[in-house]
Design a protein around this ligand. Structure first.
Ligand code: IMP
Length: 480
């Protein structure tokens, strides 16, 4: 706790943003800061395409919309859904109902009047597009995110504030109808359906940008909680294999009405020494390459399938699949010379299956070229996550460059161009495995070889590693 206090001393606005393709374990850090530090926890981008674990009454819950600060409402922590978000009201109310069921409060929730509303026709369009793009498609989460942002950009989207003026709402929906001829929705029926949702959240709807400015003025401690990851950003990610919001540091600040220059500690999260991606699109370091991408995009390859296929014992307790992440067979897979199998082993060892869609996440070694790019966009300070999951790994690799066909020299700069990323071959440096990190509490006590890899990472990327996460619990964190 002393190190954490040192880290946050004098800070007023902290952001936690993923520097890769999402799923780097940001939730734990947002939770850590909201528990020990923040007065306000705000989300600025995306919607229920995200998924993070929140601890309520000691139980794990996966939330998709509410920020992780919501578990600390009782203490007065404000949870804010910002202007840049797209909100599915049904899902939001389900999450609030879970809070009710746990006897937990959300009296300090604020929902931006400017956020966009995800409508049933957005979800239907998203699913249809996924269907028609089965081969080589983006593989969206099917939550209506893209179509909802399309309406926002086309300046016809329904904002939360519109829900409280029936005349305006109906007029807007009638205009929108012409853009969704196949959906044939009835405006009156839809308005009736939305009404109970709108009523339920009305007291939380605010001009959150003005609120944020007041919080900043009053020197409240504000945590900006990122969603997805830099490499999925519509601006800076591997377009078109991206989500539809700008989930970079700047985009997240915009999404809550702040200037990113106001952020006095911007933390980029990097999964290390492996990384993941879910859905289609390039992942230069993918173990098993195209075979893995194809396999992970096909239906039926979820966790249970893989456990059965590799004969790893598991139980299902209250609908949850439980297995020993350190099972001998998993460690064997992780050390396999067959890269595809090694990728499966890492997936199983780190339990890398989508929190939102349950899809298997594609796995590969941490790409330092991409991390250098992230440093240039999201800031210098980084936290490394999940290395503890690879206990038992004999050796690991880090990517410090790309080989491009027909070029002699190794490329050391990232380009988000999809054809470039699909064509390059990573250049690796290999390190010895580092054993069990879970009991290590001090940076200087980390294994020497592991620390050396971090030194190389910092030297190459120009980043400053401020902490290493060594387990799922809030306090499993070694601050430097
Ligand atoms: P969408 O955001 O549902 O439109 O999906 C667009 C792409 O972003 C797909 O490849 C998704 O798999 C990916 N994606 C969206 N949200 C997340 C996330 O929270 N973690 C990881 N990938 C995501």
């Amino acid at each position: 706790m002393e190190n954490l206090k040192k880290l946050v001393r004098g800070k007023k606005i902290i952001s936690v943003i993923c520097n890769q393709w999402g799923d780097t374990g940001k939730g734990k850090f947002s939770d850590y800061f909201s528990c020990y530090w923040a007065d306000v926890v705000a989300r600025g981008t995306g919607g229920n395409n995200a998924g993070h674990t929140v601890i309520l009454n000691g139980k794990e819950k996966v939330f998709h919309i509410l920020p992780s600060g919501i578990g600390h409402d009782e203490k007065g922590v404000i949870s804010l859904l910002g202007n840049g978000m797209v909100i599915d009201l049904k899902v939001l109310l389900e999450e609030l109902a879970e809070m009710d069921a746990e006897g937990m409060t959300y009296k300090n929730l604020m929902i931006s009047q400017d956020a966009q509303v995800i409508m049933p026709y957005h979800i239907s369009q998203d699913l249809k597009k996924n269907q028609s793009q089965k081969k080589g498609g983006i593989g969206s989460t099917g939550r209506g995110i893209g179509p909802c942002y399309m309406d926002k950009i086309a300046r016809r989207g329904i904002q939360i504030g519109d829900l409280y003026d029936e005349k305006i709402l109906k007029e807007k929906l009638k205009k929108i109808q012409e853009y969704y001829p196949e959906e044939k929705f009835n405006v009156d029926v839809l308005v009736e359906r939305l009404k109970p949702y709108a009523d339920k959240i009305e007291s939380y709807v605010k001009d959150t940008v003005a609120e944020m400015h007041r919080f900043r003025e009053a020197k409240k401690k504000i945590l900006l909680e990122g969603a997805q990851g830099l490499l999925l950003s519509i601006e800076h990610g591997s377009y078109p294999y991206v989500t539809s919001s700008d989930c970079s540091l700047n985009g997240t600040a915009t999404g809550v009405g702040l200037n990113s220059k106001d952020i006095d500690l911007a933390i980029g999260i990097v999964k290390y020494p492996f990384m993941t991606r879910v859905g289609g699109g390039p992942l230069p370091t993918e173990l098993g390459g195209n075979k893995s991408e194809k396999y992970c995009s096909e239906e039926g390859h979820e966790k249970e399938f893989e456990l059965k296929k590799y004969e790893i014992s598991y139980e299902i307790i209250e609908g949850e699949i439980k297995y020993d992440l350190q099972d001998k067979k998993i460690i064997e897979l992780m050390n396999s010379k067959d890269e595809f199998k090694q990728g499966v082993g890492i997936r199983l060892a780190a339990n890398e299956y989508g929190a939102t869609t349950k899809r298997p996440r594609r796995t590969g070694w941490t790409d330092c070229v991409a991390a250098k790019y992230a440093r240039n966009l999201n800031g210098v300070k980084m936290v490394l996550t999940k290395p503890d999951c690879l206990n038992g790994l004999e050796e690991f690799k880090l990517c410090f460059g790309y080989k491009v066909d027909g070029q002699k020299s190794v490329v050391k700069d990232f380009s988000k161009n999809k054809d470039f990323l699909y064509s390059v071959k990573p250049v690796y440096k290999t390190y010895k495995g580092y054993g069990d990190l879970r009991k290590v509490k001090e940076y200087k006590k980390l294994p020497t070889g592991f620390k050396k890899s971090i030194d190389d990472f910092e030297k190459f990327t120009g980043a400053e590693v401020i902490a290493v996460s060594t387990g799922p619990a809030r306090d499993d964190l070694i601050l430097r």
